[in-house]
Design a protein around this ligand. Structure first.
Ligand code: ATP
Length: 579
């Protein structure tokens, strides 16, 4: 895993090397400083050569300036490296997620994907920046400082060394406690986030049930739990910092007392004593850094592992190596003994065979959950079938590239998804290189042009998050305009279940009829009145295709369709839907 982790440094090798060597240089200067002080006190001061003392002081100042500059480089370039790697990974992950099949999204929570793309990658970026650099520099300064101390006075060095395991034990213990406390806090903030997301996106439901107080109370509870968790984490943090501070001061004091004794015994010069005290401070830094790394490493690596697991998840539906890019299909669709289940356990379609001729309009009706939507989802290959084959114009859809297949199919769903942006941008989603004129023509065909003209900024009106500023009927027409622009030979219409006012419904129905002209059209129908003119109606039940024929033929048959018809047009149950 480490090898894969380091492969992300490759594109930023130069940045890494400049940062890394600058950090080494800073560490070397830090190691040299106590030695310089020692020489200053022991050799320079007794000479009382003030000219030389001034020159050395200026030299030290220059060295300080250099060190400050290098520290800036390390901090800036180090963070730049971290965010560059984080950005690369985020882009890779987003691209990967965009290419996943529907099954992936059926089984993965949006919140989890969001958390992978944001939080996890933030931790990984931090580790990428601090990991190798801090580990290397810490080992280098620690061993460097000890070697010099040992060289100067082995006894005092050994006494200082005795304290180090206690310091490491303390730091490690504190880190475990901190990790636990932060983990708890992260869990609580995730709850708060989830609560906000639910309450904000569901605000219409909340307010229509006048459940604002209920939501506020639930939020208060979660917010309070978060407050407690964070206070707990801060308590652990304060205890950690103060106990580490106490231990390090204890180390300094010990060195000072023993050093003073050795100095009294003439085994240590004044300069050496001062440099020893300074070195104890140099020693503390790597211990601090390593302890921070001990916290960062498991977090970053856990994030990287989750990142890799996601990246390793191959899209279920992939193009064959020799898949062909189909150009203009005419829309002759054949299902040949097709069987399908979403999860291998429960079969949804069993041995379905059917042919839809080019230009034909076929409506699917039947009870809820029978598989009407499923049949239509298989044509653009949103899911792969378990058995049989589906072909268009006698070419198996598995032999086509997904991109070329889907470019031939237009889908108008009942739940229209619009993006935050202008009306024009949303229509152009159907064909992103469309000209303004083409967008206007498409809107006109969808009977939407007049509505748009009356919006405050016409085609440049922002429609708000998910098109909230448009009515249900307007959204439907925008989706139709998009599909006009795409101009596909095959059309799938998932008819809206929600009743629109008669006038709007008439306009939408008219647009849809015009859209369906000269295209093979599949309609997932919920209301029989809208499919009166369909060329063929297919009745789907849990046992498969039960009946098919024209509206009148099916009525005359007096079977399931006639039964559904009677329910819908019965004056008592009038208006009730089949699904
Ligand atoms: N993404 C999915 N994952 C698992 N099961 C699913 C999924 N989508 C649908 N199903 C199941 O497959 C069956 C057929 O569903 P489908 O949506 O095709 O029915 P439908 O006839 O279109 O129903 P409706 O008229 O209510 O929209 C149902 O039992 C449903 O629960």
């Amino acid at each position: 895993m480490l090898k894969q982790f380091f492969s992300y440094y490759k594109p930023h090798k130069r940045l890494f090397l400049i940062d890394f060597f600058s950090a080494i240089f800073v560490a070397l200067l830090e190691l040299a400083f106590p030695v310089a002080v020692q020489s200053f006190i022991d050799r320079l001061l007794p000479q009382e050569n003030w000219g030389l003392i001034a020159t050395v002081s200026i030299l030290l100042f220059v060295v300080y300036l250099l060190s400050t500059f290098l520290q800036y480089i390390v901090s800036y370039l180090g963070h730049k490296l971290g965010i560059n790697i984080e950005t690369d990974m985020r882009e890779q992950l987003f691209t990967h997620v965009q290419r996943q099949s529907f099954t992936f999204f059926d089984n993965t929570k949006t919140g989890h994907i969001m958390s992978r793309i944001t939080n996890d990658l933030f931790d990984i970026g931090e580790l990428a920046h601090h990991g190798p650099e801090d580990a290397f520099i810490s080992i280098m300064t620690f061993t460097g400082a000890f070697s010099i101390m040992f060289y100067v006075n082995p006894t005092l060095a050994l006494i200082a060394l005795v304290m180090v395991p206690f310091l490491i034990a303390l730091v490690t213990y504190c880190n475990i406690a901190m990790n636990k406390a932060w983990h708890n806090m992260y869990g609580r903030i995730a709850d708060v986030n989830g609560r906000v997301e639910d309450a904000v996106s569901g605000v219409r439901v909340v307010q229509s049930f006048t459940n604002e107080d209920f939501e506020i109370n639930r939020f208060k509870t979660d917010n309070n739990l978060f407050r407690k968790a964070k206070i707990g984490a801060y308590r652990v943090m304060a205890a950690t910092h103060s106990s580490i501070y106490m231990m390090t001061r204890l180390l300094t004091l010990l060195v000072l007392v023993v050093g003073a004794w050795l100095s009294y015994k003439n085994q240590l010069t004044a300069g050496e004593l001062v440099s020893f005290v300074l070195y104890t401070n140099v020693l503390i830094k790597p211990i601090d850094k390593v302890s921070a790394l001990l916290e960062l490493y498991p977090k970053g690596m856990a994030g990287f592992k989750r990142f890799q697991e996601l990246i390793a998840q191959e899209p279920e539906i992939k193009d064959k190596e020799d898949a062909m890019s189909v150009k203009k299909l005419i829309g002759d669709i054949t299902f040949d003994h097709v069987s399908f289940s979403y999860d291998q356990h429960k079969s949804v379609l069993n041995d379905i065979s059917l042919n839809i001729r080019p230009g034909e309009t076929v409506a699917f009706v039947g009870p809820s959950g029978a598989g009407k939507t499923t049949i239509c989802s298989l044509i653009p290959r949103f899911y792969d079938i378990d058995d049989g084959s589906i072909s268009i114009d006698h070419i198996n859809i598995r032999d086509m590239t997904k991109k070329s297949l889907r470019s031939q199919i237009g889908i108008v769903q009942q739940d229209v998804f619009l993006f935050n942006g202008t009306v024009s941008e949303n229509i152009a989603y159907g064909r992103r290189n469309a000209t303004e004129e083409e967008i206007r023509v498409a809107a006109h065909k969808a009977h939407l042009d007049e509505v748009i003209q009356n919006l405050p900024h016409g085609y440049n009106t922002q429609i708000g998050e998910r098109g909230l500023k448009l009515s249900g009927g307007q959204k439907q027409r925008l989706a139709i305009a998009r599909t006009f622009l795409k101009n596909p030979p095959i059309l799938i219409l998932d008819e809206a279940t929600s009743a629109l006012d008669t006038e709007t419904e008439r306009i939408i129905q008219k647009s849809l009829t015009e859209l369906a002209e000269n295209r093979t059209t599949l309609v997932i129908a919920h209301r029989l009145a809208t499919i009166r003119d369909a060329d063929r109606i297919i009745v789907v039940t849990n046992d498969g295709i039960a009946e098919q024929g024209s509206y009148d033929e099916l009525l005359a048959k007096n079977g399931i369709f006639a039964h559904l018809h009677n329910i819908q047009f019965d004056p008592v149950t009038n208006g009730s839907l089949m699904s």
